[in-house]
Design a protein around this ligand. Structure first.
Ligand SMILES: O=c1ccn([C@@H]2O[C@H](COP(=O)(O)OP(=O)(O)O[C@H]3O[C@H](CO)[C@H](O)[C@H](O)[C@H]3O)[C@@H](O)[C@H]2O)c(=O)[nH]1
Length: 172
């Protein structure tokens, strides 16, 4: 039986979106003294839809092969924390407040995935686009901000990206 075991890496992007739409007051940036271009940590931020497509491509290939393998689903390009924050500021047209805080224990300066094996095995490739993350996650955070705990306040069902983006614009 083909099985896929996944371990996800970072989870910071939704927090940036939540600050950008006003659901959280400010971001904490853990360290600005790393040996990176702007001093903040660099990570490989893959778009969720690229990740979905990567999983589907992997499952199709794994269905007809035996053995075990490890493949990185990443873009192969790192963005710094400040680059991601700037992408969200550009997408939202508003400042995203942040506080520089001490380094988080255990964090490394930079890491990104080498997706070469996945490209070869599954004929799959992700696109490194900070702006694409920003628009998509802003829309999701905006839709979320229309909820109150346990009660969905939307008068109509959530639609696609354009719908959410319009609702978010209306909230501003
Ligand atoms: O509030 C935050 C959260 C994160 N970051 C920074 O944002 C980047 C991404 O942080 P994530 O926690 O989203 O991702 P990491 O890749 O650093 O860490 C993840 O992968 C690690 C192993 O690679 C561990 O599993 C860890 O628990 C998991 O969160 C890092 O530079 C981190 O310092 C901040 O500045 N502020």
């Amino acid at each position: 039986m083909a099985s896929l075991i996944r371990r996800h890496l970072n989870s910071y992007v939704p927090f940036i979106a939540q600050v950008a739409v006003g659901r959280r007051e400010a971001l904490s940036v853990f360290g600005n003294d790393y040996p990176t271009p702007d001093g903040t940590g660099v990570r490989d931020y893959i778009h969720v839809m690229d990740l979905v497509e990567g999983h589907l491509a992997a499952m199709q290939v794994l269905a007809s092969r035996r053995g075990v393998g490890i493949w990185n689903l990443g873009t192969g390009r790192g963005y710094s924390v400040l680059e991601m924050i700037k992408a969200f500021e550009k997408a939202s047209g508003r400042p995203v407040p942040y506080r520089i805080e001490p380094r988080r224990e255990g964090d490394i300066a930079e890491c990104w995935a080498d997706p070469t094996l996945a490209r070869e095995a599954f004929d799959w490739q992700a696109q490194p686009r900070a702006g694409r993350h920003a628009h998509r996650y802003l829309a999701l955070a905006a839709a979320e901000s229309q909820r109150v705990p346990g009660y969905l306040t939307l008068r109509q069902p959530c639609g696609g990206f354009n719908d959410s983006a319009k609702r978010w614009q209306a909230l501003r």
